[in-house]
Design a protein around this ligand. Sequence first.
Ligand code: ADP
Length: 483
Amino acid sequence: MKLNDVSLFRQACPVAGNWIEAKDHQATTIRNPATGDALGAVPDLGAAETEEAIRAAVIAQKLWAKKTAGERATILKAWHRLMIENIDDLAMILTLEQGKPLAEAKGEIAYGASFIEWFAEEARRINGETIPGHQQDKRILVLRQPAGVVAAITPWNFPNAMVTRKVGPALAVGCAVVLKPAPQTPFSAIALAVLAERAGLPPGLLNIVTGDAAAIGGALTASPAIRVLTFTGSTRTGELLYRQCAPTIKKLGLELGGNAPFIVFDDADLDAAVEGAIIAKFRNNGQTCVCANRLYVQDGVYEAFAAKLADAVEKLEVGNGLERDVVLGPLIDENAVAKIDTHIHDAVAKGAGIVSGGKRHALGGLFFEPTILRDVDASMQVAREETFGPLAPLFRFRDEQDVIEQANDTEFGLASYFYARDLSRVFRVAEALEFGMVGVNTGLVSTAEAPFGGVKMSGLGREGSRHGLEEYTELKYVCLGSI
Ligand code: ADP
């Protein structure tokens, strides 16, 4: 591995202010999904280390919360600067463990760092309120205070940004964190902790535990000291954690699965819609929870859109993310390959046609051809389930009402997209879509400034923006009497 600063690749976890080295412990080997090569190892930690981390976090948090928001922001801004200075190394580590192309990995580091900067700034403005009293001698104050110790559980598809989107606001408002990164991609999270330490973050505030997910998750959810659980991952695991948090009544942030519709109306700018579809569908090789999963195209432009999309998809280079010009890396694991394969076979068996791709890539391993299917309908598996891979299924629709019904016919409600030019249609459709986020004439909506999150089975709470900060705070009402 070619890094400018090899100390960023650390095979160890920071727990309670100490680093637990993989070499001193039972450990798990992490592999590069593009080649299958071993990258390194992380320690197998469990409930005992998680509890130790929580105990240290409780102590560290109390001191951290006493600092001013400005003092905390100074450290977070130093952390942000270090991330940007080390962007090449952080991107290299990310590509090696996750597979996305290096340019895309750099984009993720910049995006991930933006959460640290945004929340460092925004935490200085979490103002309380004063409310006129309900009696002559009373005054009402509302304080916003840090919630306490936060448990964060993150997925493998954004090994950097999903960490910073949670840890940034938590630390900025005065919370401490115990983080369980995804087992496939721990090194990006660990590199962030190395830089946090270098930025001057006090020990015990950012703990990382790798190892047995169920044991670590069990300890995190059972602990009464953990006041917030923030999770990004599958709806199945989210539901389990939700249940496990009930006995201790934690605040919950859940970013779960999606089943995003991407709608192209007759009046859309078709070239722009194709460009948006490539981003919304094929970014991170289709492995994001906001990826377009169902592409609805109106009758009048169906053939033209399918042809233009096929031209664009043919240009997408597949390969090892370290190679130049590659835009689609490998899928994360064999299960991911099996899932896209199943969705394609199911759809074709029920009458869908293959426009391009459709099978494992000639490169072998975890590589898959970017695929477009046509004549897809609601009876097919892909209409209900997130593929999480490079499959663009084209559905057909008649009119606005028809497509709104089809788009909303899902238990999920995370992202949605549509392309149209008629202004009144833009408002009508944006308001009618039952999703937490709507991209109008754009295939990319995520940014630190905006509230990211879903409705229905896609989750609870918001990340990013002022709202994402408030998730890590509690309101305290102070009633002043005898005035
Ligand atoms: P995926 O199937 O895409 O990996 P998961 O929801 O299983 O999605 O994983 C998201 C994160 O949740 C990962 O960090 C994973 O290790 C973690 N996870 C999975 N099962 C549990 C569990 N029982 N308790 C706590 N965390 C879990």
